[in-house]
Design a protein around this ligand. Sequence first.
Ligand code: AMP
Length: 307
Amino acid sequence: MVHDDSATKAGPGFRRGELTVHEHAHELGNVTRALRSTGLTVTLVPTMGALHEGHRELIRRARSVPNSVTVVSIFVNPLQFGPGEDFERYPRTLDADLELCRAEGVELVFHPDRAELYGPEPQITLNAGPLGDDLEGASRPGHFDGVLTVVAKLFGVVRPDLALFGEKDYQQLVLLRRMAWELALGVKVQGVPIMRDADGLALSSRNRYLEPEQRRAALALSAALVAGHYAGPRGPQAVLDAAREVLDTEPAVHVDYLELRDRELGAAPADGEGRLLVAAKVGGTRLIDNALVVLGDGRTDLPENRS
Ligand code: AMP
């Protein structure tokens, strides 16, 4: 049930139908606590900003949750960038991000600075466990420790009932779901399908680094996943072979990994649902993508079998 007094009870840090940007954790925490006490729930969409249509989809889904207030966080998290990665040059487009949030009817944005979130230097961080060292983690040591630490912190500040993350970062989604469950954080973690450009390229804030020719070459990633998907009925090896064949046509695409796993990112099953994941560098830009693959006879997912 929605109570009309939500705006009043939430205090000065919340105005119904308007965007309020919070930089201070305790103020936002007070607002979300007050909103919850009026019977509303809180849905969190964590982002690093440079918002695009993929983020917009997450926000729309958050906004469509009945009787819930959406909080979008915008924070380029230094803990999840390794030495030599693009932390310094990561795109920061706050004005445009706030405009997108406003256009989508978001009422609360959390935009802390580093000191607000971590103090002088964080002493306690999370360890993502064995899956944190696999796939993306093998090339980006400590990346998922940083992701889990910041998301746990955001959960602590916002106390959301629901948090939405994109399947684009599939390993991140699996790890965050596991974190919420293993640490009993009381938050439901939900995935949102990958948003793509019309030509298939998965949307990413890093796509803006790509020169036109690199962007064209990068289409090999999604094309490889499509080829892998359609090879599903012929089994795991056929999936990998079909995807690799497409990637091999593009010398500008330097593949880091191409792997077929189960939905929790354990060993691939011979039959049923699998995830095909790819990471590659195109020029200096690291790109990732993934897709569902149905292996063996479980062909219900293929479009031609949909009724
Ligand atoms: P980022 O700002 O890159 O940390 O992303 C914030 C959230 O948006 C994460 O949950 C991402 O998985 C999600 N996201 C990024 N790109 C896409 C996309 N193309 N489709 C769906 N979700 C996405």
